[in-house]
Design a protein around this ligand. Structure first.
Ligand code: HEC
Length: 110
């Protein structure tokens, strides 16, 4: 019985904590270059250089890439209207699951 009460209390406390953390969770979604770097180093350097200002093994330098360019590339394998691509190839796959990291990537690459 004591155990049950403890579990109940823990659930109550963790429920309360969830509400309290509402604000910090929103703040954490501001563009963040550190998070962007983590994503870049985890995914993009298969082809791009770990130094984004240099060409990589198969893909061009991406330093300074805008949020619109990154979004067009990783969601649609496209380019923003009027943008002249660095390469005419279409090798890069889409990374739809990285949608929430676009602003972070732009912050890191800026
Ligand atoms: C499988 C290899 C590969 C991976 C992984 C990859 N890219 Fe690319 N990327 C390319 C290639 C190759 C190009 C040149 C265009 C093409 O062939 O698609 C390119 C082009 C780009 C461009 C446009 C450059 C320009 O100005 O024309 C951006 C921006 C870009 N990549 C960002 C990223 C980001 C951000 C990631 C990580 C989420 C990533 N890429 C992962 C291969 C890759």
């Amino acid at each position: 019985m004591k155990k049950l009460l403890l579990i109940f209390l823990l659930a109550l406390i963790s429920g309360a904590c969830e509400k309290d953390s509402d604000q910090p969770v929103k703040a954490a979604r501001l563009p963040d270059a550190v998070r962007g770097k983590r994503v870049y180093m985890g995914t993009c350097i298969q082809c791009h250089n770990s130094d984004p200002s240099k060409d990589g093994p198969v893909a061009p330098a991406v330093k300074g890439a805008s949020e619109a360019l990154i979004e067009a590339r990783i969601l649609h394998r496209a380019y923003p209207p009027g943008y002249t691509p660095k390469r005419k190839t279409t090798t890069m796959p889409a990374f739809p699951y990285l949608k929430s990291a676009i602003a972070d990537l732009a912050a890191f690459l800026s």
